[in-house]
Write a protein that binds this ligand. Sequence first.
Ligand code: WTA
Length: 569
Amino acid sequence: MKTKILSVASKRLVFKPNLADYEKEYKRFSYTEHEFELSYLNDHKINAAYNAVDRHIISWRKNKIALFWEGEDGTAKKYSFLDLCILSNKFANVLKKYKVKRGDRVFIFLPRVPELYISFLAILKIGAIAGTLFSAFQSQALEDRLGNSDAKILITNSELKKRVDVVRKNLPKLEKIITVEEEFWKEIEKASSALHIAAMSKSDPAFMLYTSGTTGKPKGVVHQHYAILHEHLTAKWVLDIKDEDTYWCTADPGWVTGIAYEILGSWSNGVSTLVYEGRFDPEKWYDLLSRYRITVWYTAPTAIRMLAAASAKLVKKYDLSFLRHMASVGEPLNPEPIYWGLKAFGKPFHDNYWQTETGGIVIANYPSLPIKPGSMGKPVPGITAAIVDDKGHELGPQKEGNLALKPGWPGMMIKIWRRAEKYNSYFKNGWYITGDKAYRDEDGYYWFIGRSDDVIKTSGERVGPFEVESALIGHPSVIEAGVIGKPDQMRGEIIKAFVVLKKDVQANDKLKEEISLFVKKNLAGHAYPREIEFIDKLPKTRSGKIMRRILKAKELGLPIGDTSTLEEY
Ligand code: WTA
């Protein structure tokens, strides 16, 4: 296949990349040789929060702004590394007062406010496991996640708390809810700033995130403290973060990118980070980029496409000359937005690939390597990637297959909460199978093809069809539902639901709207079907499983494929 290549020269680098020679580093790489980049507590013990924040002050006696925060209403606040260190120590002592112990689950359900970042660090500092919940989640999603994890404490605000109150009776293990308006700051004021940071083994759990698969409710992916090494190195090499940078990661810590590259890996490199509380808005985003003189920007394809679709004049109004490096993750970055980026900012977006389960970037484009627009790039040093068949046997270049990774890197999940068999099902013939289809070209670049299961990526957010289907059948007019990701120019995919209605129910557009809103209100503000189609019967296997593959083929007008397991339809 002939591809247009963006050479390194065409990127007009005016700086020396942190990873100057990819091939050399890749060949000689070993994690143990890079362990010196971490700071240790006694007995070779670590703590990821200490590495992200405290060590900058304690080991290197260096303080600077860690967090530039801007609220939706324009309020701005600044926190130095020392501020974050002290505030998280204090809040850690508050948690101790509430008898939080090592291994206890403490969840955060907040928009992107400073209290989220302070809480996250505090939880890790006492050896508890931090869980984050995206602020669009509604009662059902919250009950599933807080219930499965047996969360002991929840930190939230008084508005979001109402959604938890509705299901509180089903959460007997949830001992306390701390709201940021009430106890949070009052307790912090009273608390001591002296804290004995928990010395953790590398493999001790640090944080967990619920993520979606094809079947069943979301699963709790657990990561270890040692993941910080992988996150530190990839933030340095892929995001090319340098000490003097001002960095903006637009992700939300309700998802893994916000944890790994807005809190852990990025702060571990000592960078000043911008967090903007508000929603996507082209004018506001350009304003932030220019006002904070952002030099490194990590964002997502849907946002880039939406910026490109906004007025071309807009981008010219702002001084964006400080931007030095731009990267993108979460869904396929097609070549058009890369070319748009070149035109708008004079430099390309660098696509990279990873998952909640991988804990950090595993395949990437680097400043020092040419970009083949449309490709996810090459494995990061420390990662062995391959394309394998369904039995786990390696395939050669240009062969489509399962994207697989050799287990053993520090960012790799250590378990699925309470579901050992689910964790084991990820592995085949010594490979971790990502669930994505891809191929590799002769130069070692990886090209994304699609998911091998029914997981949906809408605006870069991962949604499991089963969760949406379960929410749909909670509606009094619905008997059954099948949910798929329908390709969408802007959002990558949108959620489409095929719905079977109860007898005698009037099928009309008003009902479609009502059902859609029902899911939005009960499950999540981002995981509702934007499109609903009423049908008489869902395609199912003889054992009664909904065949979403057939719904998708029907939707796209594609051949239906093997129907030998299909019940009469
Ligand atoms: C998809 C997000 C194409 C993929 C960090 C993966 C991508 C899932 C890319 C993980 C990319 C992520 N190109 N697809 N560069 N990056 N994906 O767990 O399907 O929210 O398995 O983690 O997003 O989504 P998750």
